[in-house]
Design a protein around this ligand. Structure first.
Ligand code: FES
Length: 84
């Protein structure tokens, strides 16, 4: 199988966006830049994941992460990137 690109999807629905994902976009972008991963990881936003009550939501690969905050995002990213 072809080497699959890692994917990070951030919920840009209004609830998640207002509750932290506005800042999270920057955190993830900076993280990818710092680790020189812009070409290896596909990072993009999507509309509401339909789980606003559990937001801010982030999706890495097939896995959803709920109630994220700046600290947990960095941990989640490190885990995800480390588990290549
Ligand atoms: S706005 Fe993110 S789950 Fe609804």
């Amino acid at each position: 199988m072809e080497n699959q690109k890692k994917e990070i999807i951030i919920c840009l629905g209004s609830s998640c966006f207002a509750r932290g994902n506005k800042a999270a976009v920057k955190i993830v972008s900076e993280f990818l830049k710092e680790h020189n991963l812009q070409n290896d990881v596909k990072f993009h936003g999507e509309r509401c994941f339909g789980k606003c009550a559990d937001g801010p939501m982030l999706k890495l690969g097939e896995k959803f992460y709920e109630n994220t905050d700046p600290e947990s995002i960095v941990r989640i990213l490190e885990d995800y990137i480390g588990n290549q």
